[in-house]
Design a protein. Structure first.
Length: 103
C-alpha cells in the first residue's frame, strides 16, 4: 500500500487530517499505482538481468567448448596429416618393391 495513503488513513482513523479533495485522493491513487508499477518494473528488470547472466554464462561455456573442440580438431588434423605422410612413404616403398619384384 502507498505510504502516503497509509499515512492519511492512519490520520483519519484517529480523527486527524484527511485528504481534503477528490483531487488529492486521485493523486494518492495515482501515486499508489505508480509505486506498484515501479515495483513490477523493478521485478521484471531483475528477472531480465538474471536471465541475461544465465545466457552470458551459457555463451561463455559454449565458447570454451568450441575452443576445446577446435584444439581437438587441430590435433586430429595434424595426426591425419602425419598418417597420410607415413602412408605416402609406405606406398612409395611398396611401388619400389613391386617394381623390383617384376624384374
Amino acid at each position: 500500500m502507498n505510504p502516503t495513503l497509509l499515512y492519511y488513513l492512519t490520520l483519519s482513523a484517529f480523527g486527524d487530517e484527511t485528504p481534503e479533495s477528490d483531487e488529492e485522493v486521485e493523486v494518492l491513487d495515482r501515486q499508489e499505482k505508480n509505486d506498484e508499477t515501479l515495483e513490477l518494473l523493478q521485478s521484471q528488470v531483475a528477472t531480465e538481468i538474471e536471465h541475461n547472466n544465465i545466457l552470458r554464462t551459457e555463451k561463455r561455456h559454449l565458447e570454451e567448448t568450441l575452443q576445446s573442440e577446435s584444439v581437438k580438431r587441430a590435433k586430429m588434423e595434424e595426426r591425419v596429416a602425419l598418417l597420410e605422410q607415413e602412408l605416402a612413404k609406405k606406398e612409395r616403398v611398396w611401388k619400389v618393391t613391386e617394381s623390383e619384384l617384376q624384374f
